[in-house]
Ligand binder design. Structure first.
Ligand code: ASP
Length: 429
């Protein structure tokens, strides 16, 4: 009986999709029956509750993911030799991908397809949130004022402020690097603690993501009412999905092959793609780069002939740090939501989006939908209402599959760049 029930269970992404459709039906019915007020009073709050839960878990998640990722490097000799080089390359990759995402978002402007009057109405709905941030941005005068946004003067108040995500990231990185510099016997209990904590937090994230179908239904119904049934949002969503898909394909079949040609240490593009095909398929179906890690390792070691020392260091770190698909995606998603809600981002806000995307993609866990949690937080800290997330969650699964495939491919590219003749992780013989 039990196995039968299991077989009948509908995958989460289908439940989310069904939630989206149900939300649209509820919203449209409400509009035609003149019951928009009912949706606002009785349905939208459930969606807001879902967003609250996402935001609730974001700071602990980012903190623990970063500390575990960096402190887990265990000994500083790894960190200083191969480690530093690997981290720098990863940073370069995610910065390029995020910039590419910002470029695509600005160029294509998928969110602009929404009727301007409707956008103005939405802006009115979320006026208080947007105004608060615009005012804050206006208060920043000097060119270096953004540094104050990064360095907290009090970690407790930074952790208690949902828009201070950068400050928490700064503290987490400092904490993790310091833990690498003290003797391992002393650091070990702390690292083990964070290891366990990481599992607990990921479990909590899992609970929250399970609520997504209900959250999406409620949020979507609310949005349809807000949009007064304007169909422009669907063409905008279509163009958004197309923009993300092209971004992912260009990174996968343009950027990575180019890098391999230049720095691939003899690995041919054709051989690489052939070896990666099953890995990408696995990542595509599971939507989790963490779950795909053993498959990536096997392909990189056995088919691409990268030494075990290199792969066992570069790939696990890559799963935490290097998410090229995710960073490109997050940039497009943020710009899309801003465009739909009619929030005009200034150049300096655009740079903040870029900077935040780089850091937040590092803090994104390699699990299905890992991005929602992080995006809810990033949107809040840039001053874009997190409710806008409802727009994209419904169609996120296929895009998640694509970006996960890109994420794991990027890790393998860097493993090839380090090659079999690179110094061993412990600094060579
Ligand atoms: N699912 C992605 C991964 O596992 C993370 C994300 O949601 O972007 O790599």
């Amino acid at each position: 009986m039990k196995t039968r029930m299991k077989k009948l269970s509908v995958p989460l992404y289908l439940q989310i999709l069904a939630g989206m459709v149900l939300g649209i039906i509820v919203g449209l019915t409400a509009i035609y029956a003149g019951g928009g007020g009912f949706v606002v009073d009785w349905i939208t709050p459930w969606g807001q509750l879902f967003i609250r839960m996402l935001r609730l878990i974001a700071i602990p998640l980012i903190f623990v993911t970063l500390v575990k990722g960096i402190a887990g490097l265990k000994d500083i000799s790894k960190f200083s030799g191969l480690g530093i080089r690997t981290l720098l390359i990863y940073l370069c990759f995610i910065t390029l991908s995020a910039s590419f995402g910002v470029g695509l978002g600005v160029l294509v402007r998928p969110g602009a397809l929404v009727d301007r009057e409707v956008a103005a109405g939405l802006q009115e709905t979320y006026r208080s949130v947007i105004a608060e941030k615009t005012q804050e941005a206006g208060m920043m005068q000097g060119p270096l004022d953004f540094l104050n946004d990064i360095v907290p003067d009090n970690i407790v108040s930074a952790a208690g402020n949902n828009s201070a995500i950068l400050q928490v990231i700064f503290f987490a990185i400092l904490f993790a690097v310091a833990s690498l510099l003290i003797p391992w016997e002393k650091a070990r209990p702390v690292v083990d603690f964070f290891d366990g904590l990481n599992d607990i937090i990921l479990k909590m994230v899992g609970f929250i993501i399970k609520l997504a179908p209900v959250g999406v239904t409620a949020l979507m119904a609310g949005l349809v009412v807000d949009f007064r049934g304007d169909a422009g949002i669907f063409s905008a969503l279509g163009l958004y999905a197309l923009t993300v898909t092209s971004g992912m394909l260009i990174i996968m079949y343009g950027f990575y092959p180019l890098v391999l040609r230049l720095f691939g240490r003899g690995v041919t593009v054709r051989g690489f793609l052939r070896a990666m095909y099953p890995v990408q398929l696995f990542a595509f179906t599971t939507s989790s780069s963490a779950v795909t890690l053993p498959v990536t390792m096997k392909a990189v070691e056995e088919d691409l002939k990268v030494s075990k020392e290199i792969s066992s260091f570069v790939l696990p770190v890559g799963v935490t740090v290097n998410m090229d698909g995710t960073s490109c995606y997050q940039a497009i998603a943020i710009l899309f939501i801003a465009q739909v809600l009619g929030v005009d981002l200034t150049l300096s806000q655009m740079l903040t989006v870029l900077f935040m995307t780089v850091l937040s993609s590092i803090g994104t866990p390699g699990i299905p939908g890992g991005t929602y949690v992080i995006l809810a937080m990033v949107l809040t800290s840039i001053g874009i209402p997190a409710e806008g997330l409802a727009l994209i969650i419904g169609i996120d699964r296929p895009l998640d599959m694509l970006r996960t495939a890109v994420n794991v491919t990027g890790d393998a590219v860097v493993a090839c760049m380090m090659g079999k003749d690179a110094p061993t992780p412990l600094g060579g013989k």
